[in-house]
Design a protein around this ligand. Structure first.
Ligand code: HEC
Length: 110
């Protein structure tokens, strides 16, 4: 019985490790790191959001820095605003579907 249990435990252990490795190696997009933000996400924010969301924008979330974007992700539902197409605001050019996907997947990793 004990032998059976430890075998089962080993199986659980290895399958868990396996699951953790797969998403990282399979997806180029799902890397929750700052460098990826600067390479891929920031240009989208830069081109579509900071025109309104900057230090001069009064009470709006400031999206000109990595920390500001992380803060807005955690406190102002930035991901939902983007995926529900509320942002960029009505009247501004909408994001491409591929850009929305990038922000969504990056945000899911944070
Ligand atoms: C034309 C100006 C404009 C642009 C461009 C714009 N926003 Fe906004 N955003 C606003 C305004 C005004 C509000 C506050 C009103 C509201 O909540 O809808 C807001 C609200 C938000 C909020 C909620 C927190 C807050 O600041 O009140 C988030 C998060 C947000 N925007 C993210 C984004 C992102 C991400 C982009 C780019 C993809 C973007 N916005 C582009 C004007 C803009």
């Amino acid at each position: 019985m004990l032998r059976y249990l430890s075998f089962f435990g080993l199986f659980l252990f290895t399958s868990c490790t396996w699951n953790e490795i797969i998403p990282v190696s399979e997806s180029d997009i799902c890397i929750p790191e700052e460098q990826y933000y600067f390479d891929v996400v920031q240009p989208i924010i830069e081109n579509n959001c900071v025109g309104c969301h900057n230090v001069n924008s009064g009470s709006l979330a400031i999206l000109t820095s990595f920390d500001g974007v992380i803060y807005a992700l955690n406190n102002y539902s930035l991901k939902d605003r983007v995926t529900s197409l509320q942002m960029p605001q009505y009247g501004s050019p909408p994001l491409l579907e591929s850009e929305i996907n990038i922000i969504q997947k990056w945000a899911d990793c944070e």
